[in-house]
Ligand binder design. Structure first.
Ligand SMILES: Cc1cc2nc3c(=O)[nH]c(=O)nc-3n(C[C@H](O)[C@H](O)[C@H](O)COP(=O)(O)O)c2cc1C
Length: 434
C-alpha cells in the first residue's frame, strides 16, 4: 500500500488556468478563496477518500512581477480552519525557519496539534528571497547552507520545547485547585549560535508530542537536513520523469537517515505528481495539452517564479535557444532544486521555452485512463520501494479534484493500493500504518 496527500497554496485557484479549466472572470464570486471555503470543501473530499494529509504551501512575499501578483492567506489560520472541518486528515502548514521565533512557532503548531487532536504538521522551509528578509527588517537572507544550519538549530530548540512537558502533567486536583503538576515539565535555557530561548512552552504536550515534520530540500545540504529531522520528505524528480531517479532519491535519504542514527522506516518519502486522467488515453493526452499548454501569461509567470526563487533574472536568456551551462550549486543561493530541474529539462539541445513548458510535470508523467495511471503508480512504487504520492494540481480546480478524487482514487482503492478507512487518530500513526 502507499500513501496519498495533496499539496496546494492558499491563493486564487484556477486564475491562470487554460481553456475549459479557467473559471476566473466567469465565476460568480472569484474572491471566495479568501474565505478559505474552497479549501474546506476540498479537505472534506480528501478525507472522504482517506488521504493522509493536505499540505499548505507558503512564501511570505508577493511575486516580483507586478503584472502577476498573487495575494495569499497565511497558512496558520488556514490549517486551523481545515482541522476544524475534518476529523482524520492531517493538516500541514509551511512555516519559514527564517522568520518565526522558535518559541512562537513551537507553540502555534502545538496548539493546532491540540485543536486537531494530533493531526498537525510543519513543512520546514528556509526561504531564499531577500524581499522576504526585508519584510522582517533584515537586509538580505543568509547564504543557502547557513539557512539550513540555522534551521537545524531551530529544530533542536523546537523539539526541546515540545518535549519539555510530560504527557501526564495535568493533575486536575479539584480539592487543591491545582491543574498542572509543576514537577512534570522541564525548565531550560537554550543558548545557541542563532537562537536563544527559555523553556518550557506554555502549551502542554500535544497529542503527537512532536507534531509531524515535513521537508522538501533537494540539494545535498537540504536532503541531509530532511533526513535528520523529518517524518515526511517531499520529492519532485527535478524534471527527469524517471522512476530510477525517485528510487535513488529515497535510497539516498535512507542512507543519510541511518548516518544520523535514525531508522529509515520512520520516514515517508512522497513523490510530487499531477496525474491527468480521462475516459480514453487520447482524451487524457488532449486534456494534458489543455492543462500544460503554454500561454504567454503562463510562460511569464514561470519565468517570474524562477526569478523569485533563484534571485536571477531568467528573462535575460533567449527562450528559443538552449540554456547556457549552469551549475545549480554555484549559480544560486536560492532554490537549487528548481534550477536543477530547468538544467535537466534543457538537456539535449532543448530550448528554454521547451524546458519551461515541461517544468510543471513534477516527478512522473502520469497521463491516461484511471486504470492506466493506477498501473503506472503501482509499478513505480513497487520499483522504488515506497512510500506515496503528493498530488499537486496546476491549476487547482473543482473539475481537476473530481477527476482525481472520483476518477483515479477509487481505482487505487479497489486495487487495495491505498487506504479505504482511517485506522488511527493522529497523522503520525496514519503515516506509520504501512
Ligand atoms: C513539493 C515541494 C513543496 C515545497 N513547498 C515550499 C513552500 O511552500 N515554500 C517554500 O518556500 N519552499 C517550498 N519548497 C522548496 C523547498 O523547501 C526547497 O527550498 C527547494 O526544494 C530547494 O531545495 P534546497 O533548498 O535544498 O536547494 C517546496 C519544494 C517541493 C519539492
Amino acid at each position: 500500500m502507499f500513501h496519498l496527500a495533496w499539496f496546494t497554496n492558499p491563493r486564487a485557484h484556477g486564475w491562470t488556468a487554460n481553456g475549459p479549466d479557467r473559471w476566473a472572470g466567469n465565476d460568480i464570486n472569484p474572491t471566495i478563496w479568501e474565505t478559505g471555503s474552497f479549501l474546506v470543501d476540498m479537505v472534506k473530499s480528501l478525507e472522504r477518500m482517506c488521504f493522509d494529509f493536505i499540505m499548505i504551501e507558503d512564501h511570505v512575499v508577493l511575486s516580483n512581477d507586478k503584472q502577476n501578483l498573487e495575494p495569499r492567506l497565511d497558512p496558520l489560520p488556514v490549517i486551523t480552519l481545515l482541522a476544524a472541518n475534518t476529523q482524520k486528515l492531517g493538516v500541514i502548514g509551511t512555516f519559514s525557519s527564517s522568520f518565526y521565533p522558535p518559541f512562537l512557532l513551537a507553540r502555534q503548531i502545538a496548539s493546532v496539534d491540540h485543536i486537531s487532536r494530533g493531526r498537525a504538521g510543519w513543512n520546514v522551509v528556509t526561504s531564499s528571497e531577500d524581499w522576504a528578509a526585508q519584510a522582517f527588517g533584515n537586509e538580505k537572507q543568509p547564504p543557502h547552507d547557513e539557512r539550513y544550519a540555522r534551521a537545524d538549530e531551530m529544530l533542536d530548540l523546537v523539539k526541546q520545547l515540545w518535549d519539555a512537558w510530560q504527557p501526564d502533567a495535568y493533575e486536575m486536583n479539584g480539592e487543591t485547585g491545582r491543574y498542572v503538576d509543576p514537577s512534570k515539565f522541564r525548565e531550560f535555557e537554550f543558548n545557541g549560535k542563532w537562537h536563544k530561548s527559555r523553556g518550557p512552552l506554555n502549551v502542554s504536550r500535544s497529542p503527537q508530542g512532536r507534531p509531524v515534520i515535513c521537508q522538501a530540500g533537494s540539494s545535498p545540504t537540504g536532503r541531509d537536513f530532511a533526513a535528520k529531522h523529518s517524518d515526511i520528505i517531499l520529492c519532485s524528480s527535478f524534471g527527469q520523469n524517471s522512476v530510477k531517479v525517485l528510487k535513488d532519491f529515497r535510497d539516498d535519504i535512507h542512507k543519510r537517515a541511518i548516518a544520523h542514527g535514525r531508522d529509515p522506516k520512520d520516514i515517508r518519502v512522497m513523490f510530487l505528481i499531477s496525474p491527468v486522467v480521462a475516459d480514453t488515453e487520447e482524451a487524457a493526452q488532449q486534456r494534458y495539452l489543455e492543462i500544460v499548454g503554454m500561454t504567454p501569461q503562463i510562460l511569464k509567470q514561470r519565468l517570474g517564479r524562477l526569478t523569485l526563487h533563484t534571485g536571477h533574472d531568467w528573462s535575460k536568456y533567449d527562450l528559443d535557444k538552449p540554456l547556457p551551462e549552469i551549475d545549480p550549486e554555484t549559480y544560486t543561493e536560492g532554490f537549487r532544486g528548481i534550477t536543477q530541474a530547468i538544467v535537466n529539462l534543457s538537456k539535449g539541445g532543448r530550448t528554454l521555452r521547451e524546458a519551461l513548458s515541461e517544468q510543471e510535470t513534477t516527478s512522473l508523467k502520469l497521463i491516461g485512463t484511471p486504470d492506466q495511471v493506477a498501473d503506472k503508480m503501482q509499478a513505480a512504487i513497487e520499483e522504488i520501494g515506497g512510500d506515496g504520492f503528493l498530488m499537486h494540481a496546476r491549476p487547482l480546480t473543482r473539475r481537476y479534484l473530481a477527476e482525481i478524487l472520483d476518477g483515479l482514487v477509487p481505482i487505487l482503492q479497489k486495487r487495495g493500493l491505498v487506504r479505504t478507512e482511517y485506522k488511527h487518530q493522529t497523522l503520525r500513526e496514519n503515516l506509520l500504518e504501512f
